[in-house]
Design a protein around this ligand. Structure first.
Ligand code: AOF
Ligand code: ZN
Length: 347
């Protein structure tokens, strides 16, 4: 059957909610009538608003969904949350078949939605494009299963893996095309994270709703561009207060480095479910331990100078067999640059 095509459409619909549904998942839904004609679509637009299934079903006015099929990338919910259970509405509307991408990992749903549907005599088909559906909601899955923030790193390098020449010259390595894609990637994450070194070297703006800044000794000028917009979480070794619109968060440090584990846990406590790290080689190198995903842009340029700054530089690996290992999941071209998207193996 062409369920895969409709599931693909659910995923695309769901992506329209990117950046707006956190801490909830991205969900899209397609409804077919009893003859298999598409009669409605919907998606979860924003945290607290209707779930995708409800959004799609409420658009249908004259009962054409009776005996029809509903396709959705996540198991319909069975609980009373911000809205009544989607499973109940699906049953009420006389849907005959429900096609699901993946089971909900939220313990209050986890299989209960499917049970409810089956008990009402609805045929349930599971695991259509399951891998794609899981990738779509990788943040939600990590949050629910591990109770931890999802960490992605973005870096942009030359072919020889440099993010700048030895004297810090780095504008620009990648093309405008690639840099526009970075803005879209940023939007998917609850917060971006950067360091005092990056702010002092580049004075970036990094437009975003929430910004996490690591500045152990409070060296950055609070007039820097990054502080001009967004909610600021300034992790540092001394101050713990809210002042001038900035959340100063006192953070333990070891060997002159702020404790990343503490920072990630604190961010999660503050409701930040996903972070995009955009910084230099030292932090990237330290952050590898915690990274769930890496976006690596590569420009067809070579500095040809090993004094240049490297994209991952924690200087902890002596034996090649101790390297961090990854699975390259995707390659994209943003002329003339490429983007490699990769995931750590064994995490
Ligand atoms: C969504 N959108 O389209 C679907 C969800 O906070 P609530 O009451 O909206 O419930 C959120 C839970 O509902 C969420 O964790 C997930 O388990 C389930 N399904 N959530 O936000 C949707 N289908
Ligand atoms: Zn629901």
């Amino acid at each position: 059957m062409q369920y895969e095509i409709f599931m693909k459409e659910c995923i695309e619909l769901a992506k329209q909610g990117e950046g707006k549904t956190s801490p909830n998942p991205l969900v899209g839904c397609v409804v077919l009538d009893q003859f298999g004609n598409k009669i409605s679509t919907g998606y979860h637009k924003k945290y607290g608003e209707n779930h995708a299934e409800r959004d799609a079903l409420l658009k249908i006015k004259n009962g054409e969904e009776k005996n029809g099929t509903l396709i959705v990338n996540l198991e319909p919910c069975s609980h009373y949350g911000k809205t009544p259970p989607c499973a109940d509405l699906i049953i009420e509307r006389g849907i005959k078949k429900v096609v699901i991408g993946m089971r909900d990992v939220n313990p209050i749903v986890a299989g209960n939605g499917i049970k409810k549907l089956k008990n009402a005599g609805i045929e349930v088909i599971e695991n259509i494009l399951e891998e794609e559906c899981k990738t779509l909601n990788e943040v939600f899955i990590k949050n629910m299963i591990k109770n931890k923030v999802f960490v992605a790193i973005k870096t942009a390098t030359t072919l020889d893996g440099k993010i700048a020449t030895f004297n810090g010259s780095s504008k620009w390595i990648t093309s405008e095309n690639a840099r526009n894609e970075v803005k879209k990637i940023r939007n998917r994450y609850d917060a971006i994270l950067t360091t005092s070194s990056t702010i002092i070297a580049d004075n970036p703006t990094m437009m975003h709703r929430k910004k996490i800044i690591l500045d152990r000794k409070l060296k950055t000028n609070l007039e820097s561009s990054i502080y001009k917009s967004g909610e600021i979480y300034l992790f540092n070794e001394t101050l713990d207060m809210f002042e001038g619109g900035i959340n100063f968060i006192k953070t333990p440090a070891k060997d002159e480095k702020l404790d990343l584990k503490f920072i990630l846990e604190k961010a999660f406590e503050l409701g930040i479910k996903s972070i995009l790290v955009e910084s230099g080689g030292h932090l990237n190198g330290e952050m590898l331990k915690y990274a769930d995903k890496i976006y690596h842009f590569i420009a067809p340029k070579i500095t040809g100078d090993n004094r240049g700054l490297s994209c991952f530089d924690s200087r902890q690996i002596n034996n090649i067999n101790d390297s961090y290992n990854f699975r390259i999941a995707q390659t994209d071209i943003f002329e003339p640059d490429i983007l490699l998207t990769y995931y750590p193996i064994s995490k």
